[in-house]
Write a protein that binds this ligand. Sequence first.
Ligand SMILES: [Fe+2]
Length: 475
Amino acid sequence: MIVDKVLIVDDDPGIRETISDLVEELGYTARTATDGVDALTLLQDESYLCVFTDIMMPKMTGIELIKRIKAWNVSLPIIVITGYASLEIAIDAMKYGASDFISKPFKVSQIQLMLSKVKREKLILEENKKFSDTLQLHRLIDNLVGQLEDKNQEISSLQAISEKIISLKGIRDLVSAIVDVSKQLLEDSEVRFLPLNRKTWRLIDPENGHEHVIDSELLKGKIVRRNHSEKYIPRIFNTIFPLMIEGQVFGTLDIHSNSMLGEEKEGKISYLLNRTAERMENVALYEGLYENMLSTLNSMAKILDARDPHTSQHSTRVTTLSLAVASSLNLPQEERDVLSISASLHDIGKVGIPDSILLKTDNLTDAEFEVIKRHPDIGADILTPLPPMARETEIIRHHHERYDGKGYPSGLKEREIPYLSRIIALADSYDAMTSDRPYRKGLPAEKACEEIRGCMGTQFDPDIARVFIDKIREE
Ligand SMILES: [Fe+2]
């Protein structure tokens, strides 16, 4: 009979409580200790399935506790609790015999996986007791060596992923990291990641964009195994793993292989996915910050619109028009995302122009016009400190360039001007022409189109202008 008691050692009462709640939820009995000394006393009184321990604690460090426990009972599994940043400490702890590590946020599924692994290993050890001492020792060593190799592989996979995260551009990078690592773990298998479209609840095939129905078992977080032996295709075994984030399916890892993966390989892939999901939550947090930053910039654009009542809603209309042209041009989604941000922020630099000039209704003097002409550079300067906005920065800087090179601020011409800036320039001019001003009424759409036609090749990119005019006329 296997004991189901788990000891949690941490000086932080919040962490003790969270982990012990999760452990109890899984049907195990949790005991807690506030430090290493306390833990050693408890361990002498009762048998435990495993120990979860923090590293930085008063009285005795986690590393010291691991050494003491291992000196007394080498087979008691110890799982280290770490912060996000302390992968190195966790690896260090493993050198002293810790068998695994767990970092915040703690997940039921992750703890469940760890505990069932600990239990399985314990069963093997109990079984071994039936054999002679020598045999037991051999199997124990084999088992430990195997575990150590697995662990090394896992750590290097994790390190590979951690490194990718540092250079991350987003969740897309992480997904390709999982596919790469899985391919390394499973030789001669075909590995693909299919993201879930959360609007249609169907899986998207990355190769052709087609959507497939998702197996309901996957939505419950279960692995689906299929055998396609009736079809004459290579790699007839299909194993599909759900990638769960915050308990929700994010996509599936679809593996085709020549033989069944088996429990061990499945375990490794699940482990890898769970660890990656944890990291993804981190990335999502980062992307959340990015979204936050965008919404701050957008509110700046709105403030700008509000400051100049004659141009209110200008940024919004320029964005809508630019995106309409992008769809006629069949631009990929990524380009449209960049365009949307750039168009909505194209005049952000006007925050740096004094009201006396910006709101002036009479003709501007040359000197005043020179001040106005600074707004694309000011806008670009506002965005420069934000590395994820590098492309948007350049697009905004050049939204007043002209196709013939007579624009500002850099006098770029034709293809030197970023493509998306050329689209915004059209939408911007069209909206300025068709909007009412205190000193004049806006032009009707058809008249504005004629103006644009007259400036094809001088002010505007002729190819984009043709598409633009067609788009306006069809509305
Ligand atoms: Fe502008």
